[in-house]
Design a protein around this ligand. Structure first.
Ligand code: PLP
Length: 357
């Protein structure tokens, strides 16, 4: 195949990537995405084969979260799912001054949602273990709260909020309980955390294009009660299909087909194996970093955080390591499926060399 242009950069290599919440997709996902590149699930009556694939993908996602009757759609990613969760909750409520309450560990997609939807965002502190502080959430909700957010696999520290308790608070004020499991959703089924529909929640974000090992773009928005999705439905006069609940109009069939192919290939054994391997690596990395005297945050999911000097962080980046920090400057290493033992060893060896330099 001829390259589009000789000057184009090469496709992404995952060789030194320790910061991304995305990963190398499963080969079946790549093949399926390529096959369905020209389809548009945004118009399911016209593009019927991809519509069937989407419904299978949603059913599989529902199985993964332990609520086989949950419904939803394949979004472009966690941002769209979170925006649409806020959108549905706002439309469901009669209040003219809606607010949403979320721990400060929330993903910034909720800031986008609040701005776009003109909803007040109330962020409340987390506790000393970086999980939502229940008293702070309790104090922040009121009769205008339309949605409470719990994070199941936070972007900064990989923490899981106390979802059943947050759900009680949300339901006491008749708000929707939404769980953002965009990153954690494909590893959480193999842990003891209470995070899914079984914990009484109403809507959930879970992204195949993160730990699900699908091709980008593939997010997932699931709801327990289909009437919540109806809050999003817009009439679509010029299409064969009468209504649309999605945020985007035309969407990529590639993402949808890639999501189903990855999940069919990996659920449940492949995802379990990935969880066990990446969790082991995260725990090993934490031990190695704390042995070297760095302050670390114990991983609950495959993500390690450690305080390393800024100069060392900068030196590692200039050696080509793709690493990032939390808002307060702590290094975070995300052990995604492409992260291997030898990649971790090579990172530690560079870290040792540079800190001695
Ligand atoms: N929610 C969480 C917890 C995330 O970690 C992310 C991204 O990393 C998102 C939402 C947003 O997902 P996306 O970048 O696919 O829109």
């Amino acid at each position: 195949m001829q390259p589009l242009c000789r000057d184009h950069p090469q496709p992404q290599s995952f060789d030194r990537v320790l910061s991304s919440m995305c990963t190398r997709p499963h080969p079946d996902a790549v093949a399926a995405a390529t096959e369905f590149l020209t389809t548009n699930p945004g118009d399911p009556m016209t593009y019927q084969s991809i519509a069937k694939i989407e419904s299978k993908a949603v059913n599989l996602l529902a199985d993964i979260v332990g609520e086989p009757t949950a419904t939803g759609y394949i979004t472009s990613g966690g941002t769209e799912s979170n925006i649409q969760a806020v959108h549905a909750a706002r439309n469901r409520s009669a209040t003219k001054t809606p607010n949403i309450v979320a721990p400060e560990s929330l993903h910034f997609s909720f800031n986008k949602a609040a701005t776009v939807l003109n909803v007040e965002l109330r962020t409340v502190p987390t506790d000393e273990d970086h999980r939502a502080d229940l008293t702070a959430v309790e104090n922040a909700v009121d009769e205008d709260t339309v949605l409470v957010v719990g994070v199941a696999g936070s972007t900064a520290y990989g923490r899981v909020d106390p979802i059943p308790e947050l759900t009680d608070i949300a339901h006491r004020v008749d708000a929707v309980m939404h769980v953002d499991a965009a990153w954690g959703g494909f590893v959480l089924p193999f842990t003891d955390h209470a995070w899914s529909f079984a914990a009484g929640i109403d809507s959930l974000t879970i992204d195949p294009h993160k730990f699900g090992q699908a091709t980008i773009p593939a997010g997932g928005l699931l709801v327990r009660d289909p009437s919540l999705l109806d809050e999003l439905a817009i009439e679509t006069p010029y299409l064969e299909s009468p209504t649309q609940a999605t945020l985007t109009g035309t969407r990529s069939g590639a993402g949808v087909a890639g999501a189903l192919a990855a999940m069919e290939a990996l659920w449940p054994h492949g995802y379990k194996e990935t969880y066990e391997r990446t969790m082991y690596l995260a725990e090993r990395l934490e031990t190695e970093l704390s042995t070297r005297g760095f302050e670390t945050v114990t991983p609950h999911l495959p993500l390690v955080a450690a305080d390393i000097p800024r100069e060392l962080f900068t030196a590692l980046r200039s050696e080509g390591w793709r690493i990032a920090t939390t808002a307060d400057g702590t290094l975070r290493i995300v052990c995604m499926p492409h992260v291997t033992q030898s990649l971790c060893e090579s990172f530690l060896s560079d870290l040792d060399r540079l800190r001695r330099a």
